[in-house]
Design a protein around this ligand. Structure first.
Ligand SMILES: Cc1ncc(COP(=O)(O)O)c(C=O)c1O
Length: 397
């Protein structure tokens, strides 16, 4: 008997990261490397909880933590703090912010509120797994672009514009999950120039979940200037995640930032999306919103603490990639971020390698056409020699 809607997937949620991570924890071999966990961990193998955030969160009055937020779209101080923190002085056009349930909430709202069932959404070919499951949830079809090929993006968008009255494209940059690719300002310029010329509405969902862990914050935000040149047919929707920025994955807070030339159009979109927030999760985490706006009143301690982890991520990436180059292990272009992904264009041989790595006590996550190594959670001593071990295992086949 079918109780839930026929269109929903009733199979068990596949959480490969959790399952493989559990296997890794059970593997007591001294050479075991658990490269599955996508949260920031320190060199002692403990999850990072930034004290510059949690000290302030702990001081938020319990009665404020207990309260609902000001509105379905969030608290005004939080929305302003998000604008200041993410957009800085880059945007001259009208902007709007809604508080969301994590970055997932922001991404999900865009999937839900801009396309209708049966429409197609344009996604990166290698990507965070939730994009696909969200598309499925909302009855959207999917089409994919090669993440490192601007012309492929333009071609796919062009093809879609011929069959659909609206385009939604997801661009996860900077610090793409799972490759670590960050688009250059020239890449962005090319994209915006092209989208401006399309005679259809284009919604660019720019997922910036990991932006605060880019190597150079000034450089990481410079592409935002290009958004000032959007034409009337283009709407920018930026998905931001407090989970990553504040190491607060459990607090379920994020934001959706909208940019468009016309503030009245923006107001209508805001109202529609705020209703979705109200109807799905009612309102966002009040205590976490207050803590974020308090931290941002003087962000020096946060920036300083975060910088130590950015440096750590860089050290870890440098170890792995230098050794990968030395032994000839192929990986996707990496600029910065939480993950490095090994190239494995054929998914069948990727499956075999992934299993063989586990036999060799190396636990990773399979992604389309690749194998993800979460450098965010692997201490440096475990990364030393890892590329060589992987290469030896893959060469044996
Ligand atoms: C690319 C990307 N976008 C968005 C998110 C959303 O995270 P959260 O909902 O915890 O903010 C994640 C989390 O893993 C992610 O990897």
């Amino acid at each position: 008997m079918q109780f839930v809607k026929e269109t929903l997937d009733t199979s068990k949620i596949d959480d490969p990261v959790f399952a493989i991570s559990k296997k890794a924890q059970e593997d007591k071999d001294p050479t075991t490397v658990n490269a599955t966990i996508g949260s920031l961990y320190d060199e002692d193998g403990k999850i990072v909880a930034l004290s510059s955030y949690y000290d302030i969160f702990d001081k938020v009055d319990d009665r404020l933590k207990a309260k609902y937020a000001e509105g379905a779209d969030g608290n005004s101080a939080y929305k302003q703090a998000i604008k200041d923190h993410v957009l800085k002085d880059h945007i001259e056009l009208p902007t709007d912010v809604l508080a969301t349930a994590g970055g997932s909430g922001a991404v999900s709202l865009v999937f839900k509120d801009f396309l209708k069932e049966g429409d197609t959404i344009l996604l990166p070919e290698i990507a965070w797994a939730s994009y696909k499951t969200m598309a499925y949830e909302y009855g959207l079809k999917t089409t994919f672009y090669k993440i490192d090929d601007m012309d492929d993006i333009l071609n796919k968008a062009h093809d879609l514009s011929k069959i659909q009255d609206k385009i939604v494209i997801v661009i996860n940059s900077p610090c793409h999950n799972p490759t670590g690719l960050s688009l250059t300002d020239d890449d962005w310029k090319k994209l915006i120039d092209y989208f401006n010329k399309l005679d259809k509405p284009v919604i660019i969902l720019n997922d910036i979940a990991y932006i605060d862990y880019a190597y150079d914050s000034i450089k990481a935000h410079s592409y935002l200037d290009i958004f000032n040149g959007i034409a009337n047919n283009v709407l920018i929707a930026i998905a931001f995640s407090i989970s990553k920025t504040m190491t607060a994955y459990g607090s379920r807070l994020g934001a959706l930032i909208l940019i468009h030339k016309d503030k009245d159009i923006l107001a209508g979109i805001h109202n529609a999306i705020a209703r979705s927030c109200r109807n799905i999760w009612s309102n966002a985490n009040n205590g976490a919103m207050i803590a974020f706006s308090e931290v941002m009143k003087d962000d020096r301690a946060f920036v300083k603490e975060k910088a130590t982890y950015i440096a750590l991520l860089k050290e870890r990436a440098d170890i792995l990639l230098k050794e990968a180059d030395e032994v000839g292990l192929r990986y996707y272009h990496y600029d910065e971020g939480f993950f490095v992904t090994l190239r494995c264009e054929d998914n069948e041989s990727r499956d075999i390698l992934h299993a063989e790595l586990m036999e060799g006590h190396i636990y990773t996550v399979k992604v389309n056409k690749g194998i993800r190594i979460a450098i965010c959670s692997v201490p440096k001593n475990k990364l030393i020699g890892l590329a060589k071990r992987i290469k030896q295992i893959s060469d044996k086949r």
